[in-house]
Ligand binder design. Structure first.
Ligand SMILES: [Zn+2]
Length: 137
């Protein structure tokens, strides 16, 4: 995604050729600047407009090739547990179906590790078996 519109790009190219552009806020001539909210600001004034800069470019930055992997985790961690589960449930089912077809045992391996760590495994099995025995005629 381009950060600058065609007109903004042309303006920056022209002023760069001239060696400077005039900051819309302080009026100083500067060799380099940023476009914030449709205005061209020198770096000093752009620092003062950090919140505007964030509002305008935060998603572009977060989705950039360099940041996206880290942002993805950041975004996921920002969700509630219920929202995370809504996302993961279909992915888990799909992975399980995929493993059924390919014969991969990643889920089995992780489930076994989970049994060792969770602590309630034996009680769960004991309770389930008892229920099944009680259902016998
Ligand atoms: Zn300025």
């Amino acid at each position: 995604m381009d950060l600058l519109s065609g007109a903004e790009r042309r303006y920056l190219e022209e002023t760069r050729r001239e060696g400077a552009f005039r900051c819309a806020q302080c009026g100083e001539r500067s060799a380099y600047g940023l476009c914030v909210g449709g205005q061209f600001l020198c770096e000093f004034c752009a620092d003062g407009a950090a919140e505007k800069l964030k509002a305008q470019y935060a998603v572009v930055y977060a989705e950039s090739q360099e940041q996206f992997s880290q942002f993805l985790r950041w975004w996921f961690d920002s969700l509630t547990q219920a929202e995370q589960e809504d996302i993961l449930r279909p992915v888990y089912r799909q992975q399980k179906e995929c493993e059924r077809i390919t014969g991969s045992r990643k889920i089995q391996t992780v489930a076994e590790e989970f049994c060792s760590e969770s602590g309630g495994f034996r009680d769960f099995i004991r309770s389930r078996m008892k229920e099944e025995l009680e259902e016998l005629p």
